[in-house]
Design a protein around this ligand. Structure first.
Ligand code: ATP
Length: 300
């Protein structure tokens, strides 16, 4: 086999509960991940060295060297296999870069699946999961797909039962937000307010809404503890979120560390109307519709 292409979805966090800052600089999280139908494609082609090229959505903002998460994933897999394998990776991006939709983690997960196939390693998903956890806290979910709850730093995952399909609208912003900067702002805001930070807990009503496929109930339960920090760093997000609510979204939130905003619709048709309304309101660089949950990375 000379080349393998893997398609991998973006994620939105339906609940992101952030615990107090730990001594090691991380936070304990309760993170309900939901994979949605916005896809990057990673093609792995046999080569002697390691290289990566990026095309598509905001490709100029993605490193094409050893900092690229997909190359780091390929190197980690070759290290695990104990052989000096080579690969050329071509990433076709549709997932917004630094948009809070875990595009880099998705590309890393896709690279693991593609290289496992290209190099004929035949490693089971459990082995890829271990490598994924070392690459970053969002990479294990990117490998799993569907809908799942993550605890710890987000990397201890349990898949969740979801009835039916939910329909989403995503408002993409100009430029990204650094995840580290958003966490730092969250800590700063909490310290300034003197608020006692609760231990993060899963919202039972949110899990029930997912089990029952109840979009109205899910919309009411969406929550992201990073949202005040993302809005503090990017004031325009408040207008974007307001516009979605005014246009009848069942719920709205900043996706992960932002600045992408997610809106839940009643149906595919309602998502189309909501997207058109948000485009007319001029509150986003681009507006796209998607559905979830969708499965994780797959060879195409
Ligand atoms: P998360 O939701 O996990 O916080 P994000 O969606 O906000 O992540 P990414 O798109 O993953 O952000 O990108 C974060 C940074 O990682 C970018 O600024 C980019 O420079 C770097 N990066 C490294 N590899 C990749 C990749 N393959 N795709 C996108 N960004 C990458």
């Amino acid at each position: 086999m000379n080349s393998v292409t893997v398609r991998v979805p973006a994620k939105v966090n339906l609940q992101l509960a952030v615990g107090p800052l730990r001594d090691d600089g991380y936070h304990d999280l309760v993170n309900v991940f939901h994979a949605v139908s916005i896809f990057d494609e990673v093609t792995a082609t046999a080569a002697t060295g390691m290289s990566v090229r990026v095309e598509g959505e905001s490709a100029d903002q993605v490193p094409e060297d050893g900092d690229n998460l997909a190359i780091r994933a390929a190197l980690a897999l070759a290290g695990h296999a104990g052989r000096p394998y080579g690969v050329n990776l071509l990433i076709r991006k549709s997932i917004p870069v630094a948009g809070g939709m875990a595009g880099g983690s998705a590309d890393a997960a896709a690279a693991l699946v593609a290289c496992n196939e290209l190099w004929g390693l035949g490693l089971p998903r459990e082995d890829l999961m271990e490598i994924a956890a070392d690459l970053g806290s969002d990479v294990p979910f990117a490998l799993l797909g569907g809908t799942a709850i993550g605890t710890g730093r987000g990397e201890r995952l349990t898949s969740l039962d979801v009835a039916g399909t939910f329909h989403w609208v995503f408002a993409l912003a100009d430029g990204g937000l650094s995840t580290a900067a958003v966490y730092a702002e969250c800590d700063r805001l909490r310290q300034a307010s003197g608020e006692l930070v609760a231990w993060p807990q899963a919202a039972e009503a949110l899990l029930a809404a997912l089990r029952e496929g109840d979009a109205e109930a899910l919309g009411a339960q969406l929550g992201n503890d990073l949202q005040p920090a993302a809005v503090a760093l990017r004031g325009s997000l408040a207008h974007t979120l307001d516009a979605g609510r005014e246009q009848g979204a069942l719920g709205s939130l900043v996706s992960g560390s932002g600045p992408t905003c997610a809106f839940l619709a009643r149906s595919a048709a309602h998502a189309g109307e909501l997207a058109a309304g948000l485009k007319d309101a001029g509150v986003a660089r681009d507006v796209i519709t998607a559905h979830g949950p969708v499965p994780g990375p797959a060879v195409v």
